[in-house]
Design a protein around this ligand. Structure first.
Ligand SMILES: C[S@@+](CC[C@H](N)C(=O)[O-])C[C@H]1O[C@@H](n2cnc3c(N)ncnc32)[C@H](O)[C@@H]1O
Length: 387
C-alpha cells in the first residue's frame, strides 16, 4: 500500500512541476505547502523524482509509471518497497552491476537505447567517452568538500567520531554520499567549502605568484576565488559579477574564510566597462564562464528535459561578448583561465579556438576534467597566455 501512495505522490508532483524551474526549488516549495508529508515521505518523493529525470529521453513513449520503475531499477542498488511492490522480480536483481541491469531492461523494452539518456550527443566534446558519460547519469554524484589548509586533521576527526560514511580523496578533499548533512556537524563554516572535486582540480591551473593582481570576472559566490586565495593568500584580488545578490553571498563566504583584502564590483561584462576598468591590468584572470552547465546535469537531471539545442548558441555568444571586455585587461605573458562546466564542444575546445583566433592568446594547456568517471561534475579548463 505504501508503494501505491508513493506513486500517487510522484504523479501529483510531476503533474504540477513547471518544467522551467529547478526541481530542488520546486520540491522545497511543494513540501512547505504539504506539511502533512513527513521527512521520510519527502525523502522518498525526492528520490523517485530525481531518479525519474535521470532517464533523460529514454523510453519517452512509455507511461511515467513504467519509466519510473525502470529508473528505480537502474539507479538503486538496494531493494526497496516501491520496486518490490511494482516489479518484485527486478527488486531481487537490483544489486546487479548497472550494465547487466540495462540488458534486463532491454529484453523487456526493445525501445530502450542508452544514448537517449542525453539527447544532445552531436554537441559532445571530442575527448569524452559517450557510453561512460551516459552511464554516469544513473549514478548519483558524491558531495565533496575542500578543507582549509591546516584544518584537515580536525575535520577528519569530527566526521570520523560522528560515524559518517566518507572517503579521503586527497589531503584537502573528502567525499560524502549525496545528502550528507554537514552543516549540523561542523559548526565553523569558515574551515571548509562544499566544492565539487572537478572544480577543485581546476585550481591547479591557476598557479598564482605572490603579490600578483588577479581578477575573478564571473565570480558568483566566489568558489574559484576561495580556491585561488587558499593557494596564494598574498594576492590582490578583484571580484566581479553582474548579479548583486550572488556577490552578497560571496561577501559572506569571504568573511567566514577570513578574507578581507579584496575589491568587489557589480559589472555587466557584456558591456564596455572602460569607465571602471580603464587602468586595470592583471597578472591572472579567472573566466569561469556562464554556460549550459551540461557537465553538472548528473546533479540536476531535470535539466536534460528542459534544455534545447538553440541554448548552446545563446551561451557561446554570451561567452564571446564577455571575453571581448575581459581579455584586454591581461598583461602580456600572463594567463587567463577559461572554465566551463559544460560537455559541449561549442563551449569548450571550439570556444578556445575562437579565443586564440580573436585575441593575442596561445593555449598553454587544456583539459576536460572527466567527472563522469568519478561521481563528480565534468568541467573544462584552458590556460591561455597573452603573447
Ligand atoms: C559559472 S558561474 C561562476 C561560478 C563561480 N566562479 C564559482 O566558482 O562559484 C558564471 C557567473 O557568470 C555571471 N555572469 C553571467 N553573465 C554575466 C555578465 N554579463 N557579466 C558578468 N557576469 C556575468 C553569472 O551571474 C554567474 O554568477
Amino acid at each position: 500500500m505504501k508503494a501505491i501512495h508513493q506513486l500517487a505522490t510522484f504523479q501529483n508532483i510531476i503533474a504540477q512541476y513547471p518544467s522551467d524551474q529547478p526541481l530542488s526549488r520546486f520540491l522545497a516549495a511543494f513540501y512547505r505547502q504539504n506539511k502533512q508529508m513527513g521527512s521520510k515521505d519527502r525523502r522518498i518523493a525526492s528520490r523517485l523524482l530525481y531518479n525519474y529525470f535521470r532517464l533523460g529521453n529514454i523510453l519517452k513513449e512509455e507511461s511515467p509509471q513504467q519509466r519510473l520503475i525502470v529508473a528505480e531499477f537502474l539507479v538503486n542498488n538496494q531493494p526497496n518497497s516501491f520496486l518490490n511492490h511494482f516489479k518484485p522480480e527486478w527488486d531481487e536483481l537490483v544489486h546487479l552491476p548497472l550494465t547487466e541491469k540495462i540488458k534486463i531492461v532491454e529484453e523487456q523494452f526493445p525501445a530502450f537505447h542508452l544514448a537517449d539518456v542525453f539527447p544532445f550527443s552531436d554537441h559532445l566534446t571530442s575527448v569524452l567517452d559517450p557510453p561512460a558519460f551516459y552511464l554516469s547519469f544513473f549514478i548519483q554524484p558524491d558531495l565533496y568538500i575542500r578543507i582549509k589548509r591546516g584544518q584537515e586533521k580536525g575535520i577528519i576527526n569530527l566526521v570520523t567520531d560522528a560515524g559518517i560514511n566518507f572517503k579521503i580523496i586527497n589531503q584537502q578533499t573528502l567525499a560524502f554520499p549525496n545528502g550528507t548533512k554537514l552543516d549540523q556537524l561542523i559548526a565553523d563554516k569558515g574551515i571548509y567549502e562544499v566544492q565539487d572535486i572537478s572544480s577543485q582540480k581546476v585550481g591547479t591551473y591557476f598557479k598564482p605568484n605572490k603579490w600578483d593582481k588577479w581578477w575573478d570576472c564571473c565570480a558568483a559566490s566566489g568558489g574559484k576565488s576561495l580556491l585561488l586565495h587558499d593557494e596564494q593568500p598574498d594576492i590582490k584580488l578583484l571580484v566581479t559579477d553582474n548579479r548583486e545578490s550572488i556577490l552578497e553571498n560571496l561577501k559572506e563566504r569571504f568573511a567566514l574564510a577570513g578574507i578581507r583584502n579584496y575589491q568587489l564590483k557589480i559589472l555587466d561584462l557584456t558591456l564596455n566597462q572602460d569607465q571602471y576598468l580603464h587602468d586595470y591590468v592583471f597578472d591572472g584572470i579567472i573566466y569561469d564562464a556562464p554556460c549550459s552547465g551540461s557537465g553538472t546535469w548528473g546533479r540536476t537531471p531535470e535539466m536534460i528535459a528542459q534544455f534545447a539545442d538553440h541554448k548552446i548558441k545563446f551561451f557561446t555568444e554570451l561567452q564571446r561578448k564577455i571575453a571581448i571586455n575581459v581579455v584586454k585587461h591581461l598583461k602580456p605573458g600572463k594567463p587567463i583561465i577559461y572554465i566551463t562546466c559544460s560537455v559541449f564542444k561549442e563551449e569548450n575546445e571550439e570556444q578556445v579556438a575562437w579565443l586564440v583566433k580573436t585575441f593575442d592568446l596561445e593555449v598553454e594547456s587544456q583539459e576536460l576534467i572527466k567527472g563522469y568517471q568519478a561521481k563528480a561534475d565534468t568541467m573544462f579548463v584552458a590556460r591561455l597566455l597573452k603573447r
